[in-house]
Design a protein around this ligand. Structure first.
Ligand SMILES: NC(=O)c1ccc[n+]([C@@H]2O[C@H](COP(=O)([O-])OP(=O)(O)OC[C@H]3O[C@@H](n4cnc5c(N)ncnc54)[C@H](OP(=O)(O)O)[C@@H]3O)[C@@H](O)[C@H]2O)c1
Length: 234
């Protein structure tokens, strides 16, 4: 396969956790990967992967709260085709009843809910000219209203509910362009965010989500699906 015929995936928040595992697995399968992170110079795991990627891993600076930076990156990538856009970057602000940081809530809203739309608006041309044409966002079961049996976590839950709605509208709006959009729950994953009691490894989570992404088509767009393929109630 020539470099130009390899499929391309763009991942946000790619320097650690689930995002880094997406990078590892897509690289291992021969893809070209555009790995976005806030501090490329400190992204030691990505830098090591790039060294052995044969030029298939490009590390790009991107803070998803900086919408100007998102637009500039899209411009810089020009005519590049992006087969899969993965909005992975996420922020978990703590917030229980009587102890909620409202500034952090606003930040979570920007990172978790607004940035995925801004990314889609900015990269729609690159995704539209690709062969696979898919956009996914990592939400969370904690953003399921139907599944909420334990309360609390106001900022995170609310930001992920908003992300779910953004993705549902996006799935409808981008369908005429042949772009399949869906929302994923990665499971409870052993990362900095998931903590040490989490139930699955990033390797298991990403392997499962990649299967879901592989099977995603226009008919199955606009859903909320877990890493194991189970539908999550909104
Ligand atoms: N782990 C779980 O159990 C779990 C469960 C449900 C959903 N999720 C979702 O899965 C996604 C990945 O989670 P994770 O467990 O890998 O989280 P993580 O270990 O906390 O990593 C978060 C990633 O997002 C990046 N990020 C945060 N703010 C950013 C910003 N403003 N711009 C760009 N990147 C930013 C971080 O970059 P820095 O290193 O620069 O901070 C880091 O790369 C998130 O959307 C999360 O909500 C995770």
């Amino acid at each position: 396969m020539t470099t130009s015929s390899m499929p391309v995936v763009l991942v946000t928040g790619a320097n650690r956790g689930i995002g880094l595992e997406f990078v590892r697995q897509y690289l291992a399968d021969g893809w070209r990967v555009i790995a976005c992170c806030r501090e490329p110079l400190n992204a030691s795991s990505l830098i090591m992967l790039a060294a052995t990627s044969g030029g298939r891993l490009s590390i790009r600076e991107l803070d998803v709260t900086d919408f100007g930076q998102i637009e500039r990156l899209a411009e810089a990538l020009g005519d590049e085709a992006i087969d899969i856009l993965i909005n992975n970057a996420g922020f978990y602000p703590h917030g229980s009843f009587g102890d909620t940081d409202y500034e952090d809530w606003a930040l979570a809203f920007r990172i978790n809910a607004m940035a995925p739309l801004k990314m889609a608006e900015s990269f729609v041309a690159q995704v539209g000219r690709s062969r696979l044409r898919k956009i996914v966002t990592l939400s969370s079961k904690m953003g399921s209203i139907a599944d909420n049996g334990s309360g609390g976590s106001y900022p995170y839950r609310a930001s992920k509910v908003a992300a779910n709605m953004v993705m549902k509208s996006l799935a409808i709006d981008l369908k005429p362009l042949g772009i399949a959009v869906t929302t994923l729950h990665p499971g409870w994953v052993l990362t900095d965010m998931g903590g040490p009691n989490a139930l699955i490894t990033p390797e298991q989570s990403v392997r499962g989500m990649r299967r879901v992404i592989d099977e995603l088509d226009l008919e199955h767009a606009g859903r909320f699906v877990a890493y194991d393929g189970q539908a999550i109630p909104w």
